[in-house]
Design a protein around this ligand. Structure first.
Ligand code: TNX
Length: 518
């Protein structure tokens, strides 16, 4: 970047071509360089027009079409707008072009999540083929607003220009393990707000494990009353009622995020085995478990009751899950015989299909026959994932050595584990899912997901310390094309997200790899 000198209202500024000029003695100048906005994920194309759009009075939002989805979206945008600017954004009945305000317009020329955001001096327009696309455009606009410094009167201005944008992958996710430690509905909502800011569109909830069963199943009530009563370290655990879960689903949906529920089976099931003796091959219920070992528990693959149980659980959860996916787990079943594992996974896949969902499973599920469309989540073993591809599965990329949010950043990080790798912010950002494994190429890849396991984290502060800022990088890998991603540019943009992350309540890790802006 070229350093330059310029004079504003009698005060001399030495600086870089920053998005927002520092106020000194005179009036701060409104931003005019849209192409220098520090958006994450970086958009496909930005054309700046060198002026600015100021928000210093109430404005109106105009809907191109009066659909239910757009109305709901306009309501969401209005409340965010008010919170960010202090000014109202009222719904206007008129839909005329060019009027001062925000225009949300459905247009046939754009598909899916693609959008065009046009910021003029008097009005802003978001065009997309779907409400989903309009929401992605709003997320860029919201991020622009949050990245701006307000002027002396507290008003925000935005640089004018046009952004054309579309996602790299259809699935851009993160997983939250609510089993090892339980997180409340409020904590999960706060996390949803943060991930929405970076265009994440799937939240996978790991709802059961050895240490806790976290979702109410009405036909098997002990799962939560007993199996949900503790967590790692012996705390009191907790669980979501079906109403709680539905509230999370709706909250996520309003932010265009789809919940993917996971019941991990046949291993990682001590909490269920402790709640119902009949699920154990020897008919004896083990004690609840609050440690962090893995791989010691298994459902009994040769009992009819096991599949009645799985059917009930899948049926009840699918009935309150509008999204297309159901995750059956399938990892680290070290005490399940291979033939039992294959039998169990095959039957679980059938049950998921019976309830009209697409099954997802950790890469070990490749051992079973996989129905067309099954998703294998690559976490540890490239051979497993490649085998799943040969069987016709699509792959969700979560390689532990690059994408695990529960790995420590460096050797001094207190939270987190280190079994896969230390994952610095640079390491987490600088890889390409399409090129990672020769046998897994772009056409097989559904998308990317960054899992956050919770053995070492117990609350929102811990959660956000491990998730941020690495998740911003996974969001960019998921959304932005490979040609646009480079660490040198990314770390400069990320530096400008400190106030934004803090403003959303993220206790993010101020990695020394980034020169964070004050
Ligand atoms: C491996 S990743 C696991 C989890 C642990 C995680 C900790 C996977 C499918 N299984 O049970 O929580 O490592 O990093």
């Amino acid at each position: 970047m070229i350093s330059f000198l310029f004079k504003i209202s009698g005060c001399i500024l030495v600086g870089f071509a920053l998005l927002s000029l520092q106020a000194c003695e005179g009036e701060p100048q409104p931003p005019t360089h849209l192409a220098q906005a520090a958006l994450i994920p970086i958009p496909a194309q930005v054309i700046e027009t060198g002026k600015s759009f100021s928000i210093k009075e109430d404005k109106q939002v105009f809907l191109g079409e009066d659909t239910e989805a757009l109305q709901a979206l306009a309501g969401h945008i209005s409340s965010q707008w008010k919170a960010l600017t202090g000014y109202a954004l009222a719904r206007s009945k008129a839909a005329s072009q060019g009027q001062n305000g925000l225009h949300l317009t459905l247009s046939d020329s754009l598909k899916g999540e693609a959008y065009r955001l046009s910021i003029g001096q008097r009005s802003i327009q978001i065009d997309a083929g779907t409400a989903d696309g309009i929401f992605r455009g709003w997320q860029s606009l919201e991020q622009l607003m949050r990245l701006q410094q307000a002027d002396e009167e507290g008003n925000i201005s935005l640089p004018t220009g046009e952004i054309e944008d579309a996602p790299n992958y259809a699935y851009r996710g993160t997983m939250l393990d609510v089993s090892r430690h339980f997180f409340t509905v409020e904590e999960v909502k706060a996390y949803i707000d943060m991930i929405a800011m970076y265009k994440i569109n799937y939240l996978h909830l790991h709802l059961s494990d050895d240490q806790g069963w976290r979702i109410e199943i009405k036909s098997w009530p002990n799962l939560t009353t007993h199996g949900g009563s503790t967590e790692v370290g012996g705390g009191k655990g907790g669980f979501y009622t079906q109403e709680d879960y539905q509230e999370l689903v709706r909250y996520a949906q309003a932010r265009y995020i789809t919940i993917v529920p996971e019941i991990d089976m046949p291993g990682h099931t001590n909490a269920a085995l402790a709640s119902y003796a009949e699920l154990n091959c020897d008919g004896k219920a083990p004690e609840l478990y609050t440690g962090t070992e893995v791989g010691f528990s298994t459902f009994c693959a040769n009992k009819e009751i096991t599949y009645q149980f799985v059917d009930d659980v899948v049926r009840e959860i699918c009935a309150i899950t509008p999204g297309p996916y159901f995750h059956i787990g399938g990892d680290e079943s070290h005490v399940t015989k291979k033939e039992d594992y294959i039998l169990f996974v095959s039957k679980a896949l059938e049950i998921v299909a019976k309830y009209k969902k697409i099954a997802v499973g950790w890469d070990e599920i490749h051992q079973a026959e996989l129905p067309v469309g099954t998703v294998a989540q690559y976490w540890r073993n490239a051979e497993n994932a490649s085998s799943a591809v040969r069987k016709g599965a699509r792959v969700l990329m979560s390689p532990a050595t690059y994408a695990y949010l529960d790995m420590k950043y460096d050797s001094t990080t207190e939270l987190g584990l280190a079994w896969a790798s230390l994952i610095s912010v640079e390491r987490g950002y600088s890889w390409n899912p399409d090129l990672l494994e020769a046998a897994i190429s772009r056409e097989h890849i559904l998308g990317i997901e960054a899992p956050l396991w919770s053995e070492t984290i117990a609350d929102l502060s811990d959660m956000t310390q491990l998730a941020f800022p690495r998740l911003c990088g996974y969001a960019e890998i998921g959304w932005s094309a490979a040609e646009q991603r480079d660490w040198a540019g990314y770390r400069l943009r990320l530096a400008k997200h400190a106030a934004l992350l803090e403003g959303m309540g993220a206790n993010f890790f101020r990695t020394p790899e980034v020169d964070w802006e004050k």
